[in-house]
Design a protein around this ligand. Structure first.
Ligand code: HEC
Length: 195
């Protein structure tokens, strides 16, 4: 060990001088700040807990977490679908005006006309302007339900999968505006409903 006088050690660092000597080289020991050591050992501890929890104590896997979140999304989606499926008379009343009927005519022309023909006089699908109904019961609500869900086995597509609820409301307003206008077309089908 060299004599103290030969070392270049600041006065306030003397207490940091380690008690060893490698061929004349000595070192100072600056201890790590306690917050740093605390964090370091703390994280090692947490990693141990984490490992045990996920490996041996049944902690959820990434797959479990994915399906848990997926279930939440599916639930929200089903609720939204159900809400769209349900006819809301207030919403219908808001759009059932001249403007809504005009928009409905556009939706009808683009989607319904090929089967129900001009003015809903009927072709592949029934005449929607008489008092006879196969599936619907003349009311906007029943027309909406038939349009939304369709009758696939008989050739009426479920429009809820293609159009927005808004567009279906418009189409219902248009079809309802032609109700009892008795367009010359397909012969009446289904049940007679007086309204
Ligand atoms: C691919 C042909 C086709 C298209 C396109 C079509 N329909 Fe139909 N629609 C039918 C058929 C066929 C029926 C009869 C189903 C049955 O008898 O079960 C029907 C039935 C209906 C009924 C019930 C009629 C009743 O007498 O109860 C309504 C209301 C209706 N369609 C509205 C619409 C609307 C609104 C659209 C457009 C958004 C549309 N349809 C587009 C084929 C079609």
């Amino acid at each position: 060990m060299k004599k103290e006088s030969e070392l270049h050690v600041e006065k306030d660092e003397e207490h940091l001088l380690l008690d060893h000597n490698y061929d004349g080289i000595q070192e100072l020991n600056h201890p790590l700040p306690s917050w740093w050591s605390f964090l370091f050992y703390g994280l090692i501890f947490i990693s141990g807990v984490y490992f045990f929890y996920y490996q041996f104590m049944g902690g959820p896997t990434l797959r479990d977490e994915f399906f848990k979140e997926y279930a939440v999304v599916m639930k929200a989606q089903n609720e939204a679908n159900l809400a769209n499926k349900t006819f809301k008379i207030e919403r219908y009343k808001l759009i059932n005006n001249t403007d809504g009927i005009k928009k409905g005519e556009e939706v009808y022309t683009n989607n319904c006309l090929p089967c129900h023909s001009e003015n809903a006089k009927g072709d592949i699908g029934p005449n929607l302007t008489d008092k006879h109904w196969v599936l619907a019961k003349s009311t906007p609500e029943t027309i909406y339900n038939v349009a939304f869900n369709g009758s696939e086995e008989n050739g009426m597509p479920p429009w809820g999968e293609v159009l927005t609820p808004e567009e279906i409301y418009f189409a219902v307003a248009y079809v309802s505006s032609l109700k009892n206008s008795f367009q010359k077309g397909k012969a009446p089908q289904g049940e007679f409903i007086e309204d």
